[in-house]
Write a protein that binds this ligand. Structure first.
Ligand SMILES: Nc1ncnc2c1ncn2[C@@H]1O[C@H](COP(=O)(O)OP(=O)(O)O)[C@@H](O)[C@H]1O
Ligand SMILES: [Mg+2]
Length: 595
C-alpha cells in the first residue's frame, strides 16, 4: 500500500520534473528566416552534385549546412559558397532575404534565368561571384545599393542590355568583371566605373565608352527606360527616338523570353526535377522492365516492387547524366540503378535499340548492364554494383590504398576495356566520356569501364553542354573541343589524361596546374621539355618501379599528343603496356631464368 503510494508520488514528481525541463528548453525546432530563405533557394535548383543532401527542414540550424557560414554572434548567414557544385536551376528571389550576406559564390554552375533584383537587398555584400553560368536578362539596377561591394564578377553569362549607371556609386569596388556577355551601350563614364580597363569588358560585342576606347554614337545607345527607374535622364533620352527605343526594347524582351523558354525547356527536359524526386514517383504511371540475357534472377514484379522503395537515402552518386541508387535485392545481391531523365520522346525507339546493344556487350573489364526499365519520365538502367566505388573517389580521397602495382593494374584494366570497345565488339563503340569517375573498381581494385555509349545516346545539339556539366572538361582532346566530333583517337587522348591522373594523383584541372595557366597535359609537356617528367608521380604512391614508370610515361605522352594521328590505337596501347610496362625488367628476367 505504502509502496504503491510511494510509486505514485514518484510518478507525479517525474511528470512535473519533465514538464519543468521541457519548459526550460527553448523550443528551437522552428527554422530561422535565413534557413527558410536557403530552403527556397534550394527549391529553385533542380539538380546538383549532392551538396544539398543535408539542407533539411528538420535541421533547423542552417549554419551547419554545407556551403553555409554564419556569423558566430548573430548566427546570420554571411557566406554562401556553392561554386562548382553542378547546380542547375534559377536563383530564387528569396536570396534577397539573406541580408547579412558578405560573400556569395555561385560561379561555375549551370544557373539560368535572370539575376534577381532582390540581391540588391543584401547591402552588406562585399564579394559577389556569379561568373560562368547561363544567367540572362540585364544587370539589375538594384546592384547600385550594394555599397560595400569590392568584387563583382558576372562574366561568362548571357547577360544583355546596358550596364546600369547606378553602379557608379559603388565606391569600394576594386574588381569588376562583366566580360563575355551580350551587354550593349555605353559603359557609364561616371563614378567608380571609370577606373576599370578593357579587361573588365572584353567579349561584349556592342559596348562603347572611354574604358575600351570605343566612341559611343549618342543617338543609338539609349538606355532602356525601365532599367533606370529614378535616374532616367542622364543625357541620352531624346523624344524623337522614343519609338525606336520601345520597338527595340519590345524586340529584346521577346527575344529574351524566347531564349529563357528555350533554356528552361532544355534544362528541364535534360535534368528535369530528377534530383528532387525518387524513382518511386516515376513508376505510378506504368513501367516496364526489359532484361538482357536473362541473368537477373528476378521477376519484373520483384524489381518494380524494390524500385518503389528507393529514396534519397539510397543514392550512391550523382553525375552529369543523372542519379545513381544502390538497389539491394532480398537475396542479398546489390545492383546500381542509374536514373536518366527522358529527353526526347522521338528518340525513344532509338534509345531502346542502343540500350539493347549496350546490354549485349559483356567483358571482364566493362561494367555489366543487366537491364533497363522504362518509366514515364525516366530510364532506369540496372548495372552490376561495383563495391570499390569509382577510381575518382579512391584516387582523390583514399589514395593511400593505391600503391604502384594497384595503379598499374587499374590502368591495364581500363586500357583492355576500352580496347575491347574500340576493336573487338560489334558494333565498335567510342566511349566519349573516359574519366576517372567512369572507371569503377571491384572489391579487388580491378578496374571496369562504365558508361560506355551513354554519352552518344544522350547526345543532341547541346551535347557539349552535357559533357561540360558532367565535369569531363580536362579530359577532352583539343580537336574534340573544337569540332565536337568524337573518334577513337579522342578516347585515346582521354585515356592518356587518365593515366596522368593516376600517376600524379591530381585531377586534370587541379588548381596547381591552373595557377600556372596549364592543365595536366600542359604540365607534362613542360616537365618533358626540362627532362623532369618523372616528377609527375604522386609522392604518396609506394613501390614505384622506375623502368615501368618511364615506359608508362612514354605511352601517356603518345596518347596525349595534340595531333590525333600520332596517338596509338588502344590495341597498341595494350600491347605496349603488356610488353614494356608490366613485363619484368630485363635484369629480373635474366636473373630468374638464368639456370
Ligand atoms: N555500377 C556502379 N557501382 C557502384 N557505384 C557506381 C556505379 N555507377 C555509378 N556509381 C557511382 O555513382 C557516381 C555517379 O555516377 P554517374 O552518374 O555515372 O556520374 P559520373 O560518372 O559523372 O560520376 C559515380 O561517381 C560512382 O561513384
Ligand atoms: Mg559515370
Amino acid at each position: 500500500m505504502s509502496m504503491g503510494f510511494f510509486l505514485m508520488k514518484l510518478q507525479t514528481q517525474l511528470f512535473f520534473s519533465i514538464l519543468l525541463v521541457l519548459s526550460m528548453v527553448p523550443i528551437n525546432s522552428a527554422i530561422t528566416s535565413d534557413g527558410e530563405a536557403l530552403l527556397s533557394f534550394k527549391t529553385a535548383i533542380g539538380g546538383s552534385d549532392g551538396i544539398f543532401l543535408h539542407w533539411r527542414q528538420e535541421d533547423p540550424d542552417p549554419c551547419n549546412w554545407k556551403g553555409v557560414t554564419c556569423d558566430s554572434h548573430t548566427k546570420r548567414v554571411i557566406y554562401l559558397s556553392l561554386a562548382y557544385h553542378k547546380l542547375i536551376g534559377s536563383i530564387s528571389a528569396e536570396i534577397g532575404k539573406l541580408n547579412h550576406l558578405k560573400r556569395l559564390a555561385l560561379n561555375g554552375n549551370s544557373l539560368y534565368g535572370t539575376v534577381p533584383p532582390e540581391l540588391g537587398n543584401c547591402t552588406e555584400l562585399q564579394y559577389l561571384y556569379l561568373q560562368g553560368n547561363y544567367l540572362s536578362g540585364s544587370i539589375p539596377w538594384e546592384f547600385g545599393s550594394l555599397l560595400e561591394l569590392e568584387t563583382l564578377d558576372i562574366s561568362s553569362n548571357t547577360l544583355s542590355g546596358f550596364i546600369p549607371t547606378s553602379l557608379d556609386k559603388l565606391t569600394k569596388l576594386k574588381s569588376f568583371n562583366v566580360s563575355m556577355n551580350f551587354l550593349t551601350g555605353p559603359i557609364p563614364s561616371v563614378g567608380v566605373l571609370i577606373k576599370f580597363t578593357e579587361t573588365s569588358f572584353i567579349g561584349n560585342h556592342e559596348l562603347c565608352g572611354e574604358q575600351i576606347d570605343v566612341v559611343c554614337k549618342d543617338e543609338v545607345w539609349l538606355p532602356s527606360v525601365d532599367s533606370q527607374p529614378s535616374l532616367g535622364n542622364k543625357g541620352y533620352r531624346k523624344n524623337s527616338t522614343r519609338f525606336l527605343i520601345s520597338a527595340v526594347a519590345t524586340l529584346c524582351a521577346l527575344l529574351f523570353v524566347a531564349l529563357m523558354c528555350y533554356w528552361g525547356c532544355f534544362l528541364y527536359k535534360k535534368f528535369g526535377k530528377g534530383d528532387i524526386r525518387g524513382p518511386a514517383m516515376d513508376l505510378s504511371g506504368g513501367a516496364s522492365i526489359v532484361m538482357f540475357h536473362g541473368d537477373l534472377p528476378y521477376s519484373s514484379k520483384d524489381i518494380l516492387r524494390k524500385l518503389e522503395t528507393l529514396n534519397d537515402e539510397n543514392i550512391i552518386g550523382t553525375g552529369g547524366f543523372g542519379t545513381v541508387y544502390g538497389l539491394a535485392m532480398d537475396d542479398g545481391n546489390v545492383f546500381a540503378l542509374k536514373r536518366i531523365m527522358k529527353t526526347n520522346e522521338g528518340l525513344e525507339r532509338f534509345f531502346d535499340q542502343e540500350l539493347e546493344i549496350l546490354g549485349s556487350i559483356k567483358h571482364r573489364y566493362l561494367v555489366n548492364l543487366r537491364g533497363y526499365c522504362n518509366s514515364p519520365s525516366s530510364k532506369l538502367l540496372i548495372y552490376d554494383y561495383l563495391p570499390g566505388g569509382s577510381l575518382d573517389e579512391v584516387l582523390h580521397e583514399r589514395s593511400e590504398q593505391l600503391d604502384w602495382n594497384a595503379r598499374l593494374n587499374i590502368i591495364m584494366g581500363a586500357a583492355k576495356g576500352l580496347a575491347y570497345l574500340h576493336h573487338d565488339c560489334s558494333p565498335r563503340i567510342i566511349h566519349r566520356d573516359i574519366k576517372s569517375s567512369n572507371i569503377l573498381l571491384d572489391g579487388n581494385l580491378e578496374a571496369r569501364v562504365s558508361d560506355f555509349g551513354l554519352a552518344k545516346l544522350l547526345e543532341d545539339e547541346e551535347s557539349h553542354i552535357t559533357t561540360i556539366v558532367a565535369g569531363t572538361f580536362g579530359y577532352l582532346a583539343p580537336e574534340y573541343m573544337q569540332s565536337g566530333r568524337a573518334t577513337e583517337k579522342t578516347d585515346v587522348y582521354s585515356f592518356g589524361v587518365l593515366v596522368l591522373e593516376v600517376l600524379s594523383g591530381k585531377r586534370p584541372t587541379d588548381s596547381s596546374f591552373i595557377e600556372k595557366g596549364l592543365n595536366i597535359v600542359g604540365w607534362l609537356n613542360f616537365l618533358v621539355l626540362e627532362d623532369r617528367q618523372r616528377e609527375i608521380i604522386d609522392s604518396h604512391c609506394e613501390g614505384v618501379q622506375i623502368e615501368s614508370l618511364d615506359a608508362l610515361l612514354s605511352v601517356a605522352i603518345q596518347c596525349v599528343s595534340s595531333a590525333a594521328e600520332e596517338r596509338p590505337t588502344m590495341h597498341r596501347v595494350v600491347q605496349l603496356l603488356e610488353s614494356e610496362v608490366m613485363a619484368p625488367c630485363p635484369s629480373d628476367f635474366y636473373d630468374s631464368n638464368s639456370d
